[in-house]
Design a protein around this ligand. Structure first.
Ligand code: PMP
Length: 397
């Protein structure tokens, strides 16, 4: 077998999608944080993770423009060489202060933050214990560690307890890895229970708050804040690519050892640092996320409205309103048809297909943001109801 032969499988997967290819959607022109031209028509964006509408925030744009003019287009180097500007250090200090932790580290992407933190913390002979629904970047990070990798049942602290007990002495050399707000299903981790179980076994806990930082909690610190475990969790990672509206990732910790990661974390050491404009826009976004809790309050009201709308469509929903929801379809084909019908109706959502989904389900994933109006939420629910209703009627006829 040559190197290229394995692409036959990739080609077969592509062909199984038929004429609809959800990986090729092009945003032809952005009109606002909530609307864009797609397939030549104005489309409601319900799958961008732009939870705080920050991509078009004037203060964040102005900060980026000014940094671009002052410091240029890029750093042309890694953090450990020429890629640390004063602004990277400032952003780290501001993130540490935001969480009330002694130290923070900024990475070039959220994906890189997960690789960088897991690979620095865990090594051969140690173990990683992942929630079964953990994001691909956490799995990839776990793979980089060359440690033993296990998983426990999604959001099940009792199962975590049993799995850690089974590890015996290795439990004290284990990193438990969960998300705060789960990126596909939109449910929240029971962090108080998970933290207690993890520490009872002498393990450490990492929480990926990619979808919850800036979004959840009165102060916007995510599920670690609402679960009351800010002073107990060991490592919090997050991304700037959602609520902050930029790109990049971070890790904050109550452990001073985080400072030493810069000497051993390869995904931190061997990639160029975020550009000055990205860092400046991120700092402006952090200030707004910190100082304007009314944005989160507005978003929470919209999430409650979305939840009520989905309930009216008789769809299963989470107990707590969050900006992420998913709708399960019976098959890949149905999910593809529903996704395409929604796009033709002027609503963009994400589609998630097996094998990369929790429970191998075929899902439509919806996400909303604080730039939404109540009318936008209603439009999303009405059009979703219309598409699902038509598909049900077809199935019955
Ligand atoms: N963690 C989670 C839970 C995510 O959903 C994502 C991306 N969607 C990442 C990490 C990676 O973040 P980034 O896109 O900023 O690399």
């Amino acid at each position: 077998m040559g190197l290229l032969d394995k692409f036959a499988e990739v080609r077969a997967t592509r062909e199984s999608l038929g004429p609809i290819d959800p990986t090729r959607v092009v945003i032809e022109r952005l009109l606002s944080p909530t609307r864009a031209m797609i397939r030549g028509r104005e489309t409601l964006l319900a799958g961008t993770n732009n939870y705080m509408g920050m991509t078009m925030e004037p203060a964040a744009i102005a900060a980026g423009q000014s940094a671009l003019a002052d410091a240029g287009t890029g750093t042309t180097g890694s953090r450990m060489a020429n890629g640390t500007h004063d602004s990277h250090r400032q952003l780290e200090a501001e993130l540490a202060a935001f969480y009330g932790y002694p130290h923070a580290m900024v990475f070039t992407t959220g994906y890189g933050a997960n690789l960088g933190v897991l690979s620095a913390l865990v090594g051969p002979g140690d173990a990683v214990m992942l929630d079964a629904h953990a994001h691909a970047s956490l799995h990839d990070g776990a793979r980089m560690t060359r440690a033993d990798v296990y998983s426990f049942r999604h959001n099940d602290a009792t199962n975590l307890d049993a799995r850690l007990r089974r590890l015996g002495d290795q439990a004290t050399r284990t990193l438990v890895v969960v998300e705060g707000l789960y990126s596909v299903t939109g449910d929240l981790a029971p962090l108080a229970e998970i933290t207690a179980v993890t520490h009872r076994h002498g393990a450490l806990l990492l929480v990926d708050e990619a979808h919850s930082v800036g979004v959840i909690g009165a102060g916007g610190r995510g599920v670690v804040e609402t679960a009351g475990v800010l002073d107990q969790v060991d490592f919090v990672v997050g991304t700037f690519s959602k609520a902050f509206g930029t790109t990049g990732g971070f890790c904050v910790s109550r452990h001073a050892e985080l400072r030493l990661f810069s000497y051993c974390s390869r995904p931190y050491m061997f990639t160029a640092s975020p550009s000055p404009a990205t860092v400046a826009s991120t700092r402006a976004a952090l200030k707004l996320l910190r100082d304007e809790p009314q944005r989160r309050e507005h978003l929470t009201r919209l999430c409650t409205r979305l939840l009520a709308g989905l309930r009216q469509l008789e769809l299963p929903v989470n107990d707590v309103p969050t900006p992420v929801a998913c709708v399960e379809l019976d098959s890949r084909e149905k999910a593809l048809r529903a996704w395409n019908a929604l796009l033709n109706a002027g609503v963009y959502v994400n589609i998630m297909l097996p094998p990369a989904t929790p429970g191998n389900a075929s899902l439509l994933r919806l996400s909303i943001g604080d730039a939404y109006t109540e009318a936008d939420v209603d439009e999303l629910v009405t059009k979703l109801g219309g598409v699902l209703g038509e598909m049900n009627a077809e199935a019955e006829s």
